[in-house]
Design a protein around this ligand. Structure first.
Ligand SMILES: Cc1cc2nc3c(=O)[nH]c(=O)nc-3n(C[C@H](O)[C@H](O)[C@H](O)COP(=O)(O)OP(=O)(O)OC[C@H]3O[C@@H](n4cnc5c(N)ncnc54)[C@H](O)[C@@H]3O)c2cc1C
Length: 547
């Protein structure tokens, strides 16, 4: 019997903080998915990364960077424009760690570190891990990596930029990019009157010698302290892509005037600005009128990262839910041992296994696409499919994970409340849900042979799983209908489930069977815990999920 004093002060029956954990070695589905997709040799590198990012110190940096949000300093005390954003030191430390790991550039610079040509799988696993700790800073990290895809249209400019962008140093100094140890890049596409439809952009670019001067605005432009931005504006020949640095070549501050920072639901460590361009210096990237074509080179990269981040957020939700329920007793029994809670957790674990396998499979396609047409077709068709499914399922998943922690899950001191606020943005930016579905339809009509090959591949891999033949038939028919757009969400979702089952076949066939049986075959309830997975399978799933 507790004394009255200890009843007031003693803390018991609470789970230990989920920190000082290894976010790679304690995640068997991730380790196996990395190995199945060619990254086995990177296990030690990933274990070191997982240990660092799972440390209490990194988790604390994530908290600090989000609680101490960036501040826009528009003017100095004397009224001179500053247009600078100040971040908490923890944000810079997170950036430095991600840059040191090459998350912003290893796609273009990886050499021997990821043996077996699996550099995208290894980078993808690291991004998946980093997102579990802090997602906001990954915005400039992923934009920097993707921007290089667009820079490729101008080899001379790319050759100048890469020695700085390709460095693993993080240099937050407000200085011209060519004087720095490392650099980051952002993107300005969205204007007030249109984000999806960038052709509606009204910012104007006029020639000025070899360069251009841009006047106009962007309604969203994240990470405004980046060293340069890819910006869309209307030139004489139509919508065109530009490289707009923060400093003009003579070293003066370029004409980017930040109006304010967005007050966002989540993603708070990251600054997202509204900006006006006042005769801003910019270099053209690609031909006039080919702006959309130029940026297409980068959007598949940012979409891949959205999917990886969302899968990472769900993994974090699952890990916290299992950690809590293994220690919390209700009615004299640990929650994780109670059949109903086990059903919920195991169903969630199955979802995370499938999502993890799928995003790692997609990374393999990115690794191999440059020299394998079938993998290039997989990447083209399935990037929007995977982004759609993973990013859209994350908010509901994280909500369920929060509930497993009861009241503690809802409280800002825990990380799940932050994950919950963060999750929707991955579905909104870089092509929102409907836009992903339309992109799948576009890939099917423009690259029909490649798409056909992907469907054949999925049928070979997953066709014998429960419900897979019917799902394949449904998808094929739905996409051929004259009103395919109306059916696109359902068809894309089915395609994602098929692709996930196929990816899981290569990692854990028994779980692929279970996934197909509960997602493709029988009608699985809409909420977690509504599938009958059985006691043994449930226990196995949970043992694998958190070692
Ligand atoms: C936190 C945050 C940071 C951002 N950072 C940046 C940034 O750095 N740079 C940048 O350029 N942008 C940025 N954005 C903007 C983002 O990319 C856009 O919000 C997004 O592209 C959608 O554009 P929109 O807001 O104009 O919505 P709209 O284009 O008006 O779309 C509204 C809805 O309509 C749907 N829709 C569109 N077309 C169709 C159609 N044909 N059929 C059916 N449905 C359709 C869309 O899927 C969407 O759900 C950011 C946004 C957020 C929230």
């Amino acid at each position: 019997m507790l004394s009255a004093a200890s009843a007031r002060t003693e803390v018991f029956n609470q789970s230990p903080a989920f920190e000082d954990v290894n976010l790679f070695t304690q995640d068997r589905p991730l380790a196996e998915a990395v190995a199945a997709n060619g990254g086995a040799d990177a296990a030690n590198d990933l274990a070191a990364f997982g240990k660092l990012w799972g440390s209490a110190a990194m988790i604390e940096r994530g908290r600090l960077a989000n609680e101490n949000t960036p501040k826009l300093r528009t003017f100095d005390a004397r009224g001179f424009r500053r247009d600078q954003v100040e971040f908490h030191p923890a944000y810079h430390e997170l950036m430095a760690h991600s840059a040191h790991a090459g998350l912003h550039n290893s796609t273009w610079t990886a050499t021997g570190e990821a043996a077996g040509g699996a550099s995208e799988v290894v980078r993808g696993a690291k991004l998946f891990i980093a997102a579990q700790v802090e997602s906001g800073h990954l915005c400039p990290i992923t934009m920097t990596r993707a921007a290089v895809g667009a820079l490729a249209v101008d080899p001379a400019l790319k050759a100048k930029v890469m020695p700085v962008l390709g460095s693993r140093s993080y240099d937050p100094a407000f200085a011209p990019w060519w004087t720095k140890r490392g650099m980051t890049m952002g993107m300005g596409m969205t204007e007030r009157q249109g984000g999806t439809d960038v052709r509606a952009n009204i910012s104007r670019a006029v020639r000025d010698g070899d360069a251009y001067r841009v006047t106009g605005h962007k309604w969203f432009m994240s990470a405004p302290m980046c060293d340069a931005f890819l910006v869309l504006a209307q030139a004489e020949g139509g919508l065109t892509c530009f490289f707009m640095p923060r400093f003009a070549p003579d070293g003066s501050v370029n004409g980017l005037r930040f109006q304010r920072l967005k007050d966002k639901l989540g993603n708070r460590s990251n600054a997202s600005s509204e900006v006006e361009f006042d005769n801003a210096y910019a270099l053209r990237l690609g031909e006039e009128g080919r702006g959309v074509r130029t940026i297409i080179e980068m959007v598949s990269l940012t979409r891949q990262d959205c999917a990886l981040s969302s899968a990472g957020l769900m993994r974090s939700g699952l890990a916290h839910a299992i950690n809590h329920t293994r220690h919390r007793s209700v009615f004299q029994k640990h929650l994780a041992d109670q059949p109903l809670m086990q059903s919920v957790l195991a169903d969630m674990a199955l979802h995370v296994e499938a999502s993890t396998a799928l995003v790692m499979r997609l990374c393999r396609a990115f690794d191999r696409a440059p020299f394998d047409a079938a993998e290039a077709a997989y990447m083209r068709l399935l990037t929007p499919v995977v982004k759609y499914w993973t990013c859209k399922s994350a908010p509901g998943f994280i909500y369920e994970a929060m509930e497993c922690l009861g009241g503690n899950g809802y409280i800002e001191e825990g990380i799940l409340a932050r994950h919950y606020r963060e999750a929707p943005v991955n579905a909104i930016w870089e092509g929102s849900g409907n836009v992903m579905c339309l992109d799948v339809l576009r890939a099917l009509s423009r690259e029909a042979d490649g798409a056909e090959a992907v469907m054949t591949h999925l049928a070979a891999q997953a066709g014998d799983l429960p419900g897979a033949r019917e799902a394949l038939g449904f998808v094929a028919k739905a996409f051929q209908r004259p009103d395919a757009e109306r059916m696109a969400r359902l068809a894309v979702e089915r395609l994602a489930l098929l692709a996930a089952a196929a990816a899981l076949q290569e990692v854990s066939p028994s779980h692929a069977e279970l996934f197909a049986a509960t997602r493709l075959d029988t009608s699985h309830g809409n909420l977690y815990g509504a599938a009958d997975l059985g006691a043994d399978a449930s226990r196995r799933l949970l043992d694998r999920a958190l070692g």
